[in-house]
Design a protein. Structure first.
Length: 208
């Protein structure tokens, strides 16, 4: 396993329980994100894969919107919390660089703030994996922080971590998605709220 995967998995394993408690109501004051998720749900046909599900906060919204969701996350600790919170759903441990699913398996793929830890040189491979498991005609929803400089975190929620948060420009992310065969159809950027440091972008793309 590459260094960034090991560091990311270990960090999220450490914070999993506290992360769940801290962000459990994370969408209550996020009308833009909720609107984009609702738009995604309205156009998706077929089962959905959430890549980087964490402890299941976005998963719960997708289920509330009536979607049949399978989930994968790098951190066994995060997956354990998600399984406890949302029993009966399919949660798997795995990397977005080698998703444990067959080609064309899903009508929709969601990667909400989960590509942010992938280094620039590996991001095209991650995009190719998201595209690989998406059926022709399927939709892909990507969310990330906007910017040009990464943020390095060494502590979070009272735990020692080693996490790089890569902020990226929507135009470049859209270019990577197009290169992976999933051109962007909708771009949304909102400004940072009082608790945030950067604007946030959401891209809705569709595989021809």
């Amino acid at each position: 396993m590459s260094d960034f995967l090991t560091a990311t998995r270990t960090s999220y394993d450490r914070v999993a329980v506290d992360y769940d408690e801290h962000f459990r109501d994370g969408y209550r004051d996020k009308p833009v994100e909720l609107s984009v998720l609702s738009l995604f749900a309205s156009v998706v046909d077929g089962p959905v894969l959430e890549v980087g599900c964490g402890t299941g906060h976005t998963t719960a919204e997708l289920v509330r919107l009536g979607l049949h969701v399978s989930c994968v996350d790098l951190s066994p600790g995060m997956v354990a919390v998600a399984r406890s919170a949302l029993p009966g759903l399919d949660f798997a441990v795995g990397s977005m660089l080698a998703l444990p699913y067959a080609d064309d398996s899903f009508g929709g793929v969601v990667a909400f703030y989960s590509t942010i830890h992938v280094p620039d040189d590996l991001l095209p491979a991650a995009m190719a994996e998201l595209a690989r498991v998406l059926r022709p005609g399927g939709h892909l929803l990507l969310a990330f922080q906007v910017g040009d400089e990464p943020l390095r975190m060494t502590s979070a929620l009272g735990h020692e971590v080693a996490l790089d948060f890569h902020r990226r420009q929507p135009s470049w992310m859209a270019e990577l998605l197009a290169d992976a065969g999933v051109p962007v159809r909708v771009r949304t950027v909102r400004e940072a709220d009082a608790s945030e440091r950067t604007p946030h972008a959401m891209l809705l793309a569709q595989k021809p």
